[in-house]
Every structure is written in structure tokens, then in C-alpha cells.
Design a protein around this ligand. Sequence first.
Ligand code: CTP
Length: 398
Amino acid sequence: MAKVREVILGVGGGIAAYKSCDLLRRLQERGYQITVVPTPSSLNFVGAATWEALSHRPVTTQVWERVDEVRHISLASKSDALIIAPATADLIARITAGRADDLLTNLVLALNVPILIVPAMHPQMWQDPATQENVKTLRARGFTILEPAIGRLTGDDFGQGRFPETQTIITEFEKLIEVKKDFLGKRVLVTAGGTREAIDPVRFIGNRSSGRQGAAVARAARDRGAQVKMIFANPQLSDEEIEELSGIEILQVETATQMHAALEIEFPATDLLVMSAAVADARPSQYSEGKIKKGQLLDIPLVENPDLLKSIANLRQKQIVIAFAAETNDDLVAAEAKRVAKGANILYLNNVSNGAIFGAVDTEGFIITSNGAQIQVPHTSKDTLAELLLDQALSQLG
Ligand code: CTP
């Protein structure tokens, strides 16, 4: 599990706020990194110092603090999920109304990740038609809202309104963020990185591909249940990024010729080929055992490398193929022609103008498919693009 790492814990102004301290600790034990965002009124129950000590991170409640960081946006962009626990009737009403009068409610508007709301309040406030109507509205908008537990409240009252057990909250949270397993039983082959064509012992023809996009697709497919193999040319990844590829079989290659050979072996037994490798279009016609003197460099004869995608087309049965095109424009007509020429079902047109994309963790471009779909991918992470590409592939895999 746990691609979800960065979680915001929003804390509303109810007595159950103290129970969220335990929730925070249990979440940390499960490997989540937690940033706590309390509402200002919740500090009456648990102070910022407690949250800072427990989370080892700064705690702010308003957009007027750490303005230089534009905290509501910077936090939103790095977070994978939000848990609001406890959520009071007032907080639920403010979220329903789309208010943005403290940091937490700003975040709710700025976030586009799973949100779990854990209400806790007096039973009569929970049952009030206003609260019930708000809860219904939020559920219709895609928020997951737990039912409060039934039991004794702070006073002598008894009813539905209690903060659920920590374990119940964690179970529901992990159910919510569970990565889809819609690739179970599917075999996915991903080529990644950039091939290098040796000129002599010190020089090669190569390109700036890091292999990061291919790695993102491979991880996403693995997490969705696929059996994944990578044909990886010259990975430019950190040790940590390599570690994240656990469970994926990696065949390392250097040249286009080696990648070609590996593809011929692996392609027949795959359901989906994701051709994210940047294949050098040409190689020196001959490798020089001795270092070539600079005077002779301008005369190195080249031969064209085969187009690997085209050349495996004759091995093709029912495989779905995703191609990538790195271009310095958004020419969709040319991209569609390239998709057809390559025999790919799906092509991602990656706008790499101004040195963007290569080596970066983000991407932007267009997905075009043989079904005629043209999906604009606004500036986003390579992980998100990976999920979008897999969604498209799945709809064609049937
Ligand atoms: N590709 C391939 N074999 C090659 C070159 C590229 O299989 N020899 C694959 C890449 O992995 C990628 C796609 O083809 O999925 C796009 O390649 P690109 O370099 O954009 O296309 P080219 O055919 O080289 O066209 P251009 O002349 O526009 O560079």
C-alpha cells in the first residue's frame, strides 16, 4: 500500500481534539508523514505546542502566518490525503458553504486528494437537520464522512456523536486511499531511460532521459496489481528512487540494439507495453576501440537505429501499446500522425520546450488515443500522468 505518504491532519474545535493526538501517533507509526492544521478554536482544547512536539513540524492555523510560503497552496500541493478529526458541526457547515476563513478550510478548497471527515459532537447537534443536510451535501461532493460512534458523551448524555476508536478511523482511512487493484493478472512491460550508443571508450550518443516517467508508470502498474517488468536503459535515478521499484523485475540495457533484443523476448508475453524509453535514433556505424582524436570526430559515420515500436509490430497480438513523443510544441495533428505511424493505441505528447520535463518530476502535455480522445494534462506529477495513462490503457484492454 502506502503511496500515500504526506497526510494533513485537520483538527476541529471539539473536546475530542485530544483523542486526535493518539490518532496522529498511530498514523506516524504506520509510516505517514503528518502535518497538523488545527482550527483556531481547537487550540482551546489542544495547543499548537502539543501538535508541534508530536508532529515535529511547524503548526499554523491561519493563512496570515508564514505568508512567504503561501502555506495553503504549498501544503496542498505536497499532500496526498486529508483527515479532519474531529470535525465539529460548525466546521462541517463552513466546509459545506465553501468558506475559507482559516488555514484548514482554505486547504479543503485547494486540495484535490481523498478527504476523510470524522465528526464528533453532541448527538442533538449531529441529528440536527442542518448538520444532516450538510453531511449529505458533502458526501454527494465526494467527501468520505464517518458516522460518529454511539456511547456516552462528555456529560451524562448518551447517543450518537462520539469520536470513533482510533483503529476504526485508520481502517476507514486506509480503505479510502487503497490503490485500485484493477491491473490484477495483467502483465505490463515498461521501457525507460535513454539508450547510449558508444562511439569510443569515452564518448557516446545519448539523451537526457532520466527514466523517471517510466519508473512512475512501472510503480503505478505494480501498485494496481500488475506483474511488471522494466527494460531500463541507463537509469539516472537516486538510490531511493531505485528502492521504490521493489517488486518490479528490471532488465538493464545500454544500447538501442540491446533494448530491441530484450523487447523481442519480452513483448509477446505482455498485455501492455509502455514505451517511455528515449531511443537514440542513430549509432556510430563502428565502435572505435581506441579514443578518437578530436580532429576526426566530425567524420564519424552513423547508421540509423531501427524504430523499435514499428519493428515489434509484427509480434503483436492483442497488446496495447503506449508511445511517448517529446516535442517542442503542442501540434496534436502531428502527434496523431505519429501515433498512427508507430502503431500505438495511446500516445503522450510531452511538451519539452525550454528544457522542461527531462530529469524533472513534473510533466505536461496531451494524451491522445485511438478512440479519438484528446486529454490535456496540465502541469502535474509524473505519478499522476502514470495513473492517467494506465486508466486509458485499461479502457482499451477491456
Ligand atoms: N521509439 C522507438 N524506437 C526508436 C525511436 C523512438 O521505439 N528508434 C519510440 C519511443 O520509445 C517513443 C516513441 O517512439 O515511445 C517516440 O519517438 P520520437 O523520438 O518522438 O519519434 P521519432 O520516430 O524519432 O520521430 P521524430 O523524428 O519526431 O523524432
